[in-house]
Structure formats: C-alpha cells, structure tokens
Design a protein around this ligand. Structure first.
Ligand code: ADP
Ligand code: MG
Length: 707
C-alpha cells in the first residue's frame, strides 16, 4: 500500500485502530517494535519524468496543469502534472472531493506510483500523492503487515513512537563471542550489532542497503534479531530444565538379589523371546541412570517405527517395579493401548505373579464393573503396572505409589494432558519420572531448539533379521495387478493391510469409501477373509477384528488410518495405501512401518490417483518420491520438515505462541548453536540478564514451553 496522507487515517477513530492492533498482538512497545516491515518503499529520491520508464515505481515532483472529472466511459478524475522534463496523467476511479481540491491547478505535488506508457503518454493509476514540501526522508519507508481498520500510516506512527519509547537494555553479557557466520568475511567473525541499532535499522534502513540482505534476512541486523529470539527459546528451556532438576522424585534402584538368585530385571530379560539390540541396551541404561536420581527424568525416547521401543518401556517399567514402585503406560488409541497391554502382560506377568502383583487395564470403553475393580487394584498398589488410554489420567484414578509414567506416541498428546499427568501423579511431594516415546523422528535442528529441555535417547538400530521394505509407487489404474499380488501373498501365508485415505471434508464419505473397498476386495479375493476396521466402529468390534488379524485368521485388513500408530503384526508383509498422494510424509512412513516387522521380505505399494487435470500436485509427487527413495525415518523427517515446516512435528508443543517468528531452523543452524552454548553460561553467570531476556521475548508465553 503506497503511503499517502490517506483520508482513512482521519476517519478511523484511534480506538478502532487500537482494537485491531490488540487483535494483532501489538500491545506492548516491544510487540510493536518486533512487528517488522514486509517490504520497503524508497521515498528518498525524486525521479525526473524524463527518466521514468514504463513499469518503474517512482516518486516524482510535478505541478498540476489540469484537473477534471470525466464521466465517460465512466466517472473518473484525470489530473495532468508536469515537471521540467515531461508530463504525466494521473487517473483515479474513486476519489474524495477533498482530494480533488488538493490537486488544484498550480499545486506542486509529490507523487508516488507505477509509471505506465512511455515517452508520449505517461500515466499513473491511483498513485499516492501529497502536497510537495518538507524534506525527503533519509531512510526507506517501511510497509508493515496490517489488517483492515489499521491504516498503514497509523501503524507506522505507532511503531515509530514505540521505537522511541521502548527500553531495550542490552542483555548479552559483555564478553559474549559473536556467532560464527560463514558468510561474514573470511574468518566468519563480526561483532554483533546492538539490538536497538538492529531494530532501528530494520524499521528505517538507509537507502544504500542491499535490499536482498533484508529480504533473505542475512543482514547483520536480522542476524542479531534471530540470534536474540533463539537465545530466548534456549534460555527458557534450560531454565525449565533447571527448575525441574530442583524437584524431587523417588530414586528407583533395583535391590541387589540374594546370593544365587537373579534380580527381577534379570529374570525379565531372561524370559524375553529375543535379546536386546545394542541400541536398546544403551537406551535402557540411559533411562535407568536417570531414574536412579532423586530428580524427575524427562526423557524422550526416539526410534524409527519397528525399532523396538515397547520392550524398552517394559524394561523401564520393570526397573520401577523391582524398586518397589508403580508404573503407568499411556497410549493415544484403544487399539494401541490394548496391544501394549497384551504384550506387557505376556512379558511381565510371569515375573509379577509370584509376587502377587498384576497389570491393570484402564480404558474409556470398559464396563463400569471392570473399571471399578481395576481402580481398586491401582489404588491398593496390587497393580504394579497400569496400561491404558487417556483413562489413566482421569479424576477417579488414584495411584498407590506411582513413580514412572511412560507416554507412547507422545506427540499425539496435548500440552494440557501432559501437565495433567504430572500433576495427577505427584505423590507425597514427589514427581514421577517421565518417559516419552515417539516414532516420528525429530530432525536434529528441531530437537536442538524446541526439545532442548528434554534429554533424548535414540534407538538407531533395527532388531536383527529384518529385510528392508521395498516401496513401489503405482498409478491406481493398475489396481487389478495389485489385487492379484495380494492374492499371491495371502496364498503364501502372509497378511496384507489396505489403507483407505482420510477425506478431510467428510468422515462419512471416508467411511463409505472404506466400506466399498472392503466389498470390492472381498469379491475379488474369493476364499480370503477380508476384514474392515474404521474409527466409528464400536470398540468391541474393533477388538474382534484386530484379534482375527493378529491371530492370522484374517488375510486382508481394510482400514482407515486407525492403524497408523503402533500396530504390530509381524506376519503382515504387504501394505497397500490408496490415494497415497493425500497423506503426509510422516504418516506414510508410519503406515509403511506396519510391515517389515518379521523376517519375510515386505513391500509397500503406494497407489496414487491423478486429479481432474491429469496431474499430481508437486508436494504429492515429492512425498511419494521421498518414500520410494528412503526407508530411513530420520531422512523422511528431514524431508518432511522441508516440505511442511516445523508445525507438524511439534505436536504437543505446537502452540503458536511458542513458535519461532524470525529464525529459520534450516538456515540458522549457526545461530542456534551459538544460542545453545550461550544459554547455560548466561543462566549460571548472569541470571538477571537471562531473566530480562526471557521476559522481553516470551513474556507470559514461556509457560507453554514447560509442559
Ligand atoms: P516400535 O518402536 O515401532 O514401537 P515395537 O516395540 O512395536 O516397535 O517393536 C517392533 C517389533 O520388533 C515387535 O514385534 C517387537 O517384539 C520386535 N522386537 C523388538 N525388539 C527386538 C529385538 N531386540 N529382537 C527381535 N525383535 C524385537
Ligand atoms: Mg510403538
């Protein structure tokens, strides 16, 4: 929007504009000065009309020689102006009488707009103008993002006066080394610009600046701002980590066994049907060391789909139980929780039974009577382990002596739920240890920034004997071939998943799709048991279907994305995903991870459909290509981050307030590393500066980052 003494600035009452500012979050002076221009206009120069080319946006100073309203072909104001080198016709289709007056013949105007036409017949359509006079500005004119009801000139004035008023005490300790930026000179070192200096510059840059450095945010003023923001994020996370370290948690140490016997943990390991991989052993050690401390663990366990996180959870539970405490495990869906329950009962009960201890099951779907019985087991401590869905954190659940909470697929849970969990589990002034598991690998830069307050363990090795999954991208016009392949797999004793897409607009449509596919496949595959699973089914039906599939009786399972997380049926070796172009990349990877869990060679077929124009969208294409090219969850995550940005990964932390506004994790790794090194030093040596810094950037928002 060009700058002009817009009539709207007079008509809009300040209070209305202020309301809009409030809505945009522009409340404190600091909010205003952090509201940065979208772009700039150069009003520092006057161009002679002779030198203005077709298409140039220019500022001219010229005298009105003619000003008249025409009525044909439609009502418009035509104003002719000239300077000593040429003339130009200004056209306005809408105008106020006051504007017409301003442009009276003989007036010298300062006009800004885009020149159309050439030597004989220069024109400007709706240029910005004002009566000439006053000095030319020294700096570029900022153009801010704004909204209806908040005129640009009003916002400009508000920001300029906030910039005058705002307190910006330097918070970087005097001896802070600057970040190493490869593109700043030979050794990459350059002293940091001051914050006030940076902000003044970004709002009012001098006309000699290389605009590209403002656009790509590589200018030192931008660097300073991004460094500040990343530092605030790191500081607040380190601080919440410190605060947590000051809390008390039960020390979980497994008592030494009597001579000639084994600890419970050793017994557990002995009766497992497999040995732990090196990576599993390592993360188990990391977790055990954390839990042996008197402050609460907050650890994120990352491992690609199928890397074997469940047994690590079981092992951690065993350490907790052997130390004489209770453990809870919470999963986001009934199916997944149910499966964990089955597995954990199988692994743990042989060891718990002789001690008179049990594994309890809690779910929203269970009958009142069963639930009451379970609640009693939990409250009395007879249940050493409690497995379930969100039901685990409900009001009525009273734990006897809970010391460890395991959250599977943690990104599926919200901040509020995690807070509720911690509060609920607090026991006699003690906090529980928290183990969060995630199959969506978090790219390194995200882990370093948003998850800086968590300790992270990574299972970077798959259990032995897995054959890599072969992924094929096939047009859905070849569905028949795929169905033939399903027949062959089932005949060979294998099982198959067929996933139907989620249709965003309509769950009903979604369902009818799955139902139709189920009917088609049943017809095309005579003699094969084809099952159907979708989210609207009653829990008991879901359970029955899953049992048939798990037992190997059902050859093909048609489902919507309800099987996305966690489901584990090692005999399944073929995954078909219909309309794969509609799924997100991590989601596809999760789905693919349902096969390749046993020794048999597994495949994933991504069926895609072109749209009405016979095309596949670019992002759709990119995702399918990524899937075909790699099986590595971290690589997938990296590409997903490229395609979609960080929002999706943050899951529980996905609070708009906590998001970075200026820094770009892809480009600003050097700044992130700088902030990461500085934050702990600053907290230890300059706590007041650290507090001021956090307050400036996050204000009340920093609470969000702690959950
Ligand atoms: P995820 O990490 O995706 O949750 P799971 O815990 O479901 O993976 O494990 C995937 C499969 O691998 C399961 O069938 C599990 O029993 C098996 N498994 C886990 N660890 C090992 C191991 N060390 N050796 C052999 N199989 C294992
Ligand atoms: Mg899992």
């Amino acid at each position: 929007m060009p700058s002009s003494p817009a009539p709207t600035s007079k008509k809009t009452a300040p209070s209305a504009a202020q309301q809009v500012m409030h809505k945009l979050g522009l409340v404190r002076d600091i909010d205003l000065v952090l509201h940065l221009p979208l772009r700039y206009e150069d009003e520092t120069k006057i161009t002679l009309l002779r030198n203005a080319r077709d298409g140039d946006t220019v500022q001219i100073e010229a005298t009105v020689t003619q000003c008249e309203v025409q009525l044909r072909p439609r009502r418009m104001l035509k104003v002719t102006v000239e300077d000593e080198t040429g003339n130009c016709v200004l056209t306005f289709f809408s105008f106020y009488p006051s504007q017409q007056k301003t442009m009276a013949v003989g007036t010298v105007l300062r006009i800004r707009g885009e020149i159309k036409g050439g030597f004989w017949g220069r024109q400007m359509l709706h240029p910005a103008f004002k009566v000439a006079g006053g000095e030319l500005p020294q700096a570029l004119t900022p153009v801010y993002p704004t909204a209806a009801g908040l005129p640009q000139p009003y916002l400009r004035r508000a920001i300029a006066s906030a910039l005058q008023r705002v307190q910006l005490p330097e918070t970087l300790p005097p001896d802070t080394p600057p970040p190493v930026m490869s593109y700043w000179g030979d050794n990459g070192l350059q002293p940091m610009m001051g914050l006030r200096e940076s902000l003044s510059f970004l709002h009012h840059p001098t006309p000699d600046v290389a605009l590209v450095t403002l656009e790509d945010h590589s200018h030192p003023a931008w660097q300073r701002l991004k460094a500040e923001e990343l530092l605030a994020q790191q500081l607040s996370q380190y601080r919440s980590k410190q605060e947590r370290a000051a809390l008390k948690a039960p020390r979980l140490t497994v008592p030494a066994p009597q001579a000639g016997t084994q600890t419970l943990v050793e017994q557990f390991l002995q009766q497992l049907p497999f040995g732990l991989t090196g990576a599993q052993q390592r993360v188990c050690r990391e977790i055990a060391e954390d839990m042996a401390r008197a402050s609460p663990m907050h650890r994120l366990l990352q491992g690609d789909v199928g890397s074997g996180k469940t047994v690590v959870a079981a092992m951690s539970a065993m350490v907790c139980i052997a130390s004489g405490w209770q453990c809870a495990l919470m999963a986001p869906t009934e199916i997944l929780a149910e499966q964990h329950f089955g597995k954990l009962v199988g692994w743990l009960e042989p060891i718990l039974a002789p001690l008179g201890k049990k594994v309890a099951w809690l779910s929203g779907a269970q009958k009142k009577k069963e639930r009451t019985a379970m609640l009693e087991l939990v409250a009395s401590g007879e249940a050493a382990l409690v497995v379930g869905t969100h039901a685990v954190i409900q009001e009525q659940v009273q734990f006897h002596s809970l010391a460890l909470a395991v959250i599977d697929e943690q990104h599926r849970f919200g901040v509020a739920q995690r807070l509720a969990l911690r509060q609920k589990l607090a026991h006699k002034g003690l906090e529980p240890h928290l183990l969060m598991m995630s199959a969506t690998p978090i790219p390194r830069t995200l882990a370093m920034s948003y998850y800086a307050d968590l300790d992270v363990s990574v299972i970077d090795e798959l259990p032995p004997g897995r054959t890599p999954i072969v992924t094929k991208v096939i047009s859905d016009s070849r569905k028949d071939e795929v169905i033939a392949r399903i027949g062959a797999q089932v005949a060979a004793g294998r099982q198959v998943y067929w996933v139907c897409p989620l249709i965003e607009e309509s769950e009903t449509l979604d369902l009818s799709n799955a139902t139709a596919t189920h009917a088609d496949l049943s017809e095309a595959l005579p003699g094969v048991t084809v099952g159907l699973l979708h989210s609207r089914m009653p829990t008991a039906d879901k359970k029955a279907v899953m049992e048939l599939f798990t037992a190997g009786i059902m050859g093909v399972l048609v489902s919507t994305t309800v099987i996305e997380v966690g489901v584990d049926v090692p005999n399944a070796s073929l995954m078909v995903i219909e309309h794969a172009e509609r799924f997100g990349l991590s989601q596809l990877h999760q789905l693919r991870g349902r096969v390749g869990r046993g020794a048999a060679a597994s495949a994933c077929v991504l069926l895609y459909a072109v749209n009405d124009n016979g095309r596949l969208s670019d992002t759709g294409k990119e995702r399918l290509r990524a899937m075909a090219e790699t099986n590595d969850g971290f690589e997938i995550a990296r590409r997903d981050l490229e395609i979609r940005g960080p929002g999706e990964f943050l899951g529980a932390r996905q609070s708009g307030d906590a998001m970075l506004r200026f820094a770009d994790l892809d480009k600003d790794i050097a700044l992130l590393e700088w902030a990461r090194e500085l934050a702990p030093v600053m907290l230890a040596q300059h706590p007041h500066l650290a507090a001021t810094h956090i307050q400036r950037w996050l204000g009340a928002k920093s609470e969000f980052l702690k959950a």
